[in-house]
Design a protein. Structure first.
Length: 101
């Protein structure tokens, strides 16, 4: 599933300089126990990338050095753990590094 929203610029020093579509991708493995399923465990990694300056949108960004491993862990955990059932709910996320908060 995806969670897509438009992030608005917040000020002159914000790295978002114009309205930008942000998309987070997630999968839910619902818990098997009705009471325990209310408990949620998150496995997450962010896939955004930027260089060391928020204002610099032209130079290369670190890519996998940023949190590529966190995104890979979330995807691999989803693949492996989806073959099992758990009392609590598991949510696997790859996020763009910018939340709605």
């Amino acid at each position: 599933m995806t969670d897509t929203f438009i992030e608005q610029p917040k000020g002159p020093k914000d790295r978002i300089t114009q309205p930008t579509e942000i998309e987070n991708v997630y999968a839910v493995l619902k818990g098997t126990d009705p009471e325990q399923a209310k408990r949620i465990y998150l496995v997450t990694g962010h896939y955004d990338s930027r260089n060391s300056s928020n204002a610099n949108t032209a130079d290369p960004a670190p890519g996998a050095n940023d949190d590529g491993s966190g995104t890979a862990v979330s995807l691999e955990c989803a693949r492996v753990l989806s073959k099992h059932r758990f009392p609590a709910t598991l949510i696997f996320l790859t996020v763009a590094g910018k939340s709605r908060a």
